[in-house]
Design a protein around this ligand. Structure first.
Ligand SMILES: C[S@@+](CC[C@H](N)C(=O)[O-])C[C@H]1O[C@@H](n2cnc3c(N)ncnc32)[C@H](O)[C@@H]1O
Length: 234
């Protein structure tokens, strides 16, 4: 499919999902997620840390329109779970954000947007922690793409990586990790890097993410690197 068209469809979805301190998936990352799902015909993907849905709805759109599959969004929408402590320089902003956010309202808004955007068929929203979902609803299943953007403290993000690496499709699985430049996320980046191949990373003012893959074909790796770099460039 034409990348320009996909990017414009993704941008139209992002236009209705605001960016704020709590989340701000860029057009670049959203297009990369949508492109991988669409071009690799991935039927099942996971979005850990849905928040307002900037990484979730682009996946829901592609599944609804093109793959017939589903994204499973996972977010507890809970003040306790959203609190983070490891990045000291952000602490006061995080405290203020968590105290002032109405998580019940956020959840209701995302549920309503699934209907408004007409992507209910291609999406599921689980109001639970990534840890609980991995051991309960998702146990024994595999997924072609897993996006990890939940709690960014070292212990929870490492736990997400440990829980979800085994749920990747064993031969053609893509893992997208957010905020790779954060000190607290570094151990998770190192763990993923020790097991998967890095295909693409982008760190700048509006982007901070990396795409990893577990395939082994050198020719396909080269193709994916070129295609994802194109999708991520905007
Ligand atoms: C940075 S935001 C996600 C941003 C979103 N992906 C986007 O593109 O806008 C992090 C989210 O992770 C959620 N979260 C916190 N702890 C979690 C957990 N244990 N499992 C899943 N999500 C969690 C928070 O509620 C918050 O909505």
């Amino acid at each position: 499919m034409n990348l320009k068209r996909l990017r414009s469809e993704v941008s139209a979805v992002l236009d209705v999902v605001p960016i704020d301190f709590g989340g701000g998936c860029s057009v670049s990352k959203a297009t990369v997620l949508a492109h991988i799902i669409q071009s690799e015909r991935i039927k099942n993907s996971i979005d850990i840390g849905v928040y307002r849905g900037r990484s979730y709805f682009p996946q829901a759109l592609v599944h609804t329109k093109y793959t017939g599959g589903q994204v499973i969004g996972i977010d507890p929408y809970s003040r306790v779970e959203a609190m983070e402590h490891d990045e000291k320089e952000l602490q006061s902003e995080i405290n203020k954000f968590v105290e002032e956010t109405d998580f019940d309202d956020l959840y209701d808004t995302v549920e309503a947007l699934r209907a408004q955007l007409n992507v209910e068929r291609g999406s599921v929203l689980l109001r639970t922690t990534a840890d609980a979902a991995a051991h309960d609803e998702l146990a024994g299943r595999t997924f072609g793409l897993i996006h990890i953007d939940g709690n960014h403290d070292t212990e929870p993000v490492l736990n997400d990586v440990k829980n979800y690496l085994p749920l990747l499709d064993p031969t053609n699985g893509f893992l997208v990790l957010d905020d790779i430049s954060w000190r607290s996320v570094r151990p998770a980046v190192d763990l993923v890097s020790s097991q998967l191949t890095l295909l693409y990373a982008r760190v700048d003012t509006f982007n901070d993410y990396a795409v990893f893959w577990n395939g082994t074909s050198a020719a396909k790796k080269a193709r994916l690197r070129a295609a994802i770099a194109l999708a991520g460039e905007n």
